[in-house]
Design a protein around this ligand. Structure first.
Ligand code: SAM
Length: 435
């Protein structure tokens, strides 16, 4: 076993690890905070850094708080419950600004205070793992462990919306009673304003007795259960009776967006409302503007944009989401917005929308960013580009091209607290071409 050592933490990484150093080599010590003196034991020695186990906090930081969840440190869901929410945001902001500078060689002219909303019980969508553990003769429902594929033994969760958190224990008990209890790997939960839906992945057909139990559970828990025997297309509702489609409201715009149980929707409803308001405010959309909304999903930004702009084109790679977006435009009586299915990782100069005139471009890509779009953006040369990112490194890479090749100024940046207590960070950045 390696020696017990002491160190002072000098920084915290996005995934919640404190950073110390010994003889110039970095050591990552989980669940620690800047300024804390700790004892640790190195567990993995790598060429550029070591990973360590925290043994004791000798001098705690004033920013340290008691984690709310008993599974914190075991569960892979959260990384920073030991840090006050305000300090978590300060770390995220510092990390985003450092990454923009280090990878993108860019710095924002103005750093806007982070967008915040409630920090507990905020998560309206989640995929929970399920496992029948023979040794324990019990079914576990929950997130996976940090650094391990096992499912955490948990009966609730502090970041999930209470409607989902309150289903963890009842689902574990229900699934234990099913004949196919070892053939159910996952539950996909989604909260709408009119219902809570859960898609149960089933690797074997449930027996008649199982179906009866599922029906009773659905009624008792007041949820909509769907079963998924194979790919997404195989999903079917337990009840075949027609139901009102799931929806959420973009409150500041009085827009209702319908979605299905497995569609992408932004995880935090309160933050989503504020994020869309800020995007429109930063873009200063006017009635003559032609706006492109790239990676538009089911129209979360496109529809509010269409309320203000001359016309909007939303582009997205998922055909089902495009169908939903079109439907949402019709439901909300917006006829100046169109949607197009296209793979935005394969953009080239032959894409017809690149030859049209667009004043404003909003980009909200997945973690890998929007390199292929940015590489063709000179063909459009919009006045403003608003970039919403869930991965600082890809934002920094794309910001580098926008600023250092295409001549935009990064006029504003802001961290969005979409995922409190986790290592994920959402960022909004505005790029402007000023004459
Ligand atoms: C972060 S989500 C944003 C969705 C939407 N803007 C919203 O606010 O709900 C990213 C979106 O990119 C889409 N996407 C992923 N890969 C894509 C690709 N290669 N081409 C086009 N869209 C893609 C996903 O389907 C998803 O809807």
């Amino acid at each position: 076993m390696t020696d017990l050592k002491e160190a002072v933490i000098t920084d915290v990484s996005l995934d919640g690890n404190g950073v110390a150093s010994e003889d110039g080599k970095k050591i990552f010590i989980p669940f620690t905070l800047t300024g804390e003196r700790v004892s640790y034991r190195a567990i993995k020695k790598k060429k550029k850094f070591d990973e360590a186990h925290l043994i004791e906090i000798i001098e705690p930081s004033a920013e340290r708080v008691e984690a709310k969840c008993p599974s914190f440190t075991v569960c892979g869901g959260c990384a920073t419950q030991h840090i006050t929410p305000a300090m978590q945001l300060a770390f995220k902001e510092k990390s985003v600004l450092d990454t923009l500078q280090r990878i993108g060689q860019v710095s924002a002219e103005e750093v806007i205070p982070a967008l915040t909303d409630k920090v507990w019980g905020y998560r309206r969508r989640a995929r929970l793992g399920v496992k029948y553990v023979m040794k324990k003769d019990a079914v576990l429902v929950g997130f996976r462990e940090k650094n391990a594929p096992y499912i955490v033994q948990m009966s609730s969760c502090e970041v999930l919306d209470p409607k989902i958190a309150g289903l963890i224990q009842p689902f574990a008990e229900l699934i234990y009673q099913l004949s196919i209890r070892d053939k159910i790997p996952q539950l996909e939960c989604s909260i709408a304003e009119n219902a809570t839906s859960v898609v149960m992945r089933v690797l074997e057909t449930p027996s008649e007795a199982d179906v009866e139990l599922l029906h009773a559970f659905q009624q008792q828990q007041e949820i909509r259960l769907l079963l998924q025997p194979a790919g997404l297309k195989s999903i079917y509702p337990l009840d075949s009776l027609p139901v009102e489609p799931l929806y959420f409201t973009l409150q500041p715009f009085n827009l209702r967006l319908q979605f299905t149980a497995t569609d992408f929707i932004q995880i935090h409803a309160g933050i989503n409302n504020k994020m869309v308001v800020q995007a429109l405010d930063w873009l200063q959309v006017t009635a003559t503007d032609r706006v492109l909304d790239l990676f538009c999903g089911l129209g979360n930004f496109s529809l509010p944009l269409a309320q203000l702009a001359n016309k909007v084109l939303g582009i997205e790679g998922d055909a089902a989401l495009i169908q939903r977006a079109k439907n949402n435009a019709t439901l909300n009586k917006l006829n100046n917005v169109q949607f197009k299915k296209e793979d935005l990782f394969k953009v080239n100069e032959s894409n017809s929308w690149l030859a049209q005139q667009w004043d404003l471009v909003l980009i909200d890509p997945p973690r890998s960013g929007a390199k292929e779009v940015i590489d063709q953006l000179h063909l459009i040369a919009p006045k403003k580009v608003l970039y919403v990112s869930c991965h600082p490194a890809s934002l920094a890479r794309d910001a580098n091209v926008l600023v250092n090749t295409l001549g935009y100024r990064m006029t504003r940046v802001c961290v969005i607290n979409m995922f409190p207590h986790t290592g994920h960070v959402e960022t909004m950045a505005l790029f402007e071409k000023l004459d």
